[in-house]
Design a binder for this molecule. Structure first.
Ligand code: MN
Ligand code: MN
Length: 465
């Protein structure tokens, strides 16, 4: 190998640029991160965890602020129990812009249908409709946990969390034995596992009353009634999600990586939280968005296409300036700077042919700046301006944030999107920035602890700009 040219760009492996203390910090973050992922497998659980984190650090609910908001004040708002917005008020007037970082809190999963429970050949099953982009075969032969809420006819709600404790039962979608899979094996992957076939096994014992139809289903209904005080109709007003019942684990002999469900985009949500904890009295107001519904197009009133972010900024502006002024809000949004904090695809040596090597991120080589996402001719992406990318890179270099660039696959290979263009629609400059993952959208995504460490540093650097 020859010497590296002084003029050429070279990607850096984070680990090789850290001192002993920083390396220890990387490992400590890995431990803390696994605990975070284990506690928040759904958007609702993450919203609860963020609220807890916020309150512990002196953030107060925006709507409870009666006093004018002063520099250094910490504010948060939970939207419908699913999305969260947080801010630390800056020295500069908010009308001069904020520094905004936005991650999403939802992940691909299997939602139960509104009438989920059925009996087929003496087995009780839960019908599902998948949420977000999944490879359906990933969800077979896997222990699944059930998380969510059920609202009863009287309006009272009850939380559900079954399958995370090792003493809990789990649910599972059985796969066909290879011995009988001749026809299945010849099908295309897109056709071999129809969505309707994703039904999770949830019982097999009948009630004693032989005169009843569907005695196994009846038994499950009775168990649910005893445990939660619900009837079948109450499952209509429920949101129940099946997620992999696999705890986050270290990956590799060297324990350098984390394997877990839901790291898209909880890796960035985690980095945002850790980063924001270090922001005390920023020059510009620091805002963190934790948005729901990204995996299905950022729709609904908890998604990034809704007015929730602008509403939050409007309230914040009123509470800092003492009165609301539409023009001041627009000026503020236009003068704001944004990072869309979302994961990127790291080069997987097993599937290297899907990536273009020079422009794809590597695991362990720092935060991934992605100028554009989209697919087929950059369609639907934000495509950050050169001026803004230059500013962010400058700030990162100054603050020793090791960064690399990323691209979601070869040209015309596929693609994807983030909330970047929705943030930009408010007028602000935005670039995508996050950590690289292997196996994105699978039940066991892999991240690198050193990348997480750099992402936290990257958030701090961005908010201190
Ligand atoms: Mn994502
Ligand atoms: Mn995703």
């Amino acid at each position: 190998m020859g010497e590296q040219s002084k003029l050429a760009y070279a990607r850096k492996a984070v680990w090789e640029h850290l001192n002993g203390q920083e390396k220890q910090e990387v490992m400590n973050i890995g431990e803390d991160y696994k605990g975070f992922l284990a506690r928040a497998k759904t958007e609702r659980e993450l919203a609860v965890l963020i609220k807890e984190f916020a309150e512990k650090r002196g953030f107060v609910p925006l709507d409870a602020c009666s006093e004018p908001v002063k520099p250094g004040d910490k504010i948060y708002r939970v939207v419908r129990g699913k999305s969260v917005l947080m801010a630390v008020a800056g020295e500069q007037p908010l009308s001069e812009g904020a520094n905004v970082i936005g991650a999403h809190v939802d992940s691909p999963r299997l939602d139960l249908k509104v009438h989920p429970l059925c009996e087929d050949e003496g087995l009780a099953l839960l019908k599902t409709h998948y949420y977000g982009g999944i490879k359906k075969y990933h969800w077979l032969a896997l222990p699944l946990a059930l998380h969510g809420v059920i609202y009863r006819r009287d309006g009272s709600g009850v939380g559900v969390n079954i399958g995370e404790d090792v003493r809990d039962p789990v649910f599972t979608i059985s796969d066909l034995l290879p011995h009988l899979a001749k026809d299945q094996m010849e099908k295309k992957l897109t056709e071999a596992f129809p969505g309707e076939s994703l039904r999770a096994l949830c019982g097999s014992l009948p009630v004693e009353d032989k005169a009843l139809k569907n005695r196994v289903k009846e038994n499950i209904l009775r168990l649910l009634h005893d445990k939660y005080g619900i009837e079948e109709e109450d499952l209509v007003s429920a949101e129940l999600e099946l997620v992999p019942a696999i705890p986050p684990r270290d990956v590799g002999f060297d324990e350098s990586m984390v394997g877990a469900y839901g790291q898209d985009d909880r890796a960035c949500a985690y980095a945002q939280l850790r980063g924001l904890a270090g922001v005390t009295r920023p020059l510009r107001t620091a805002v963190a968005i934790f948005a729901d519904k990204e995996e299905i197009g950022s729709v609904g009133n908890t998604g990034m296409q809704s007015s929730m972010f602008a509403d939050f900024m409007a309230e914040l502006l009123e509470k800092t300036a003492g009165r609301f002024n539409e023009l001041a809000l627009r000026r503020s949004l236009n003068a704001s700077r944004g990072l869309s904090a979302d994961v990127s695809a790291a080069l997987d040596p097993g599937f290297a042919e899907t990536a273009e090597k020079d422009n794809t991120a590597r695991l362990g080589c720092g935060v991934v700046l992605t100028k554009y996402t989209g697919s087929r001719g950059k369609s639907g992406c934000n495509d950050a301006h050169a001026e803004f990318l230059s500013r962010v890179i400058g700030r990162f270099n100054e603050r020793k944030v090791i960064w690399q660039t990323g691209e979601l696959g070869k040209v015309d290979q596929g693609g994807g999107g983030t909330i970047a263009y929705m943030m930009a629609a408010h007028g602000m400059d935005v670039v995508d920035c996050g950590v690289g993952l292997l196996g994105m959208h699978s039940p066991f995504e892999v991240s690198h602890k050193a990348d997480l460490f750099m992402m936290i540093r990257g958030c701090e650097a961005f908010w201190s700009d």
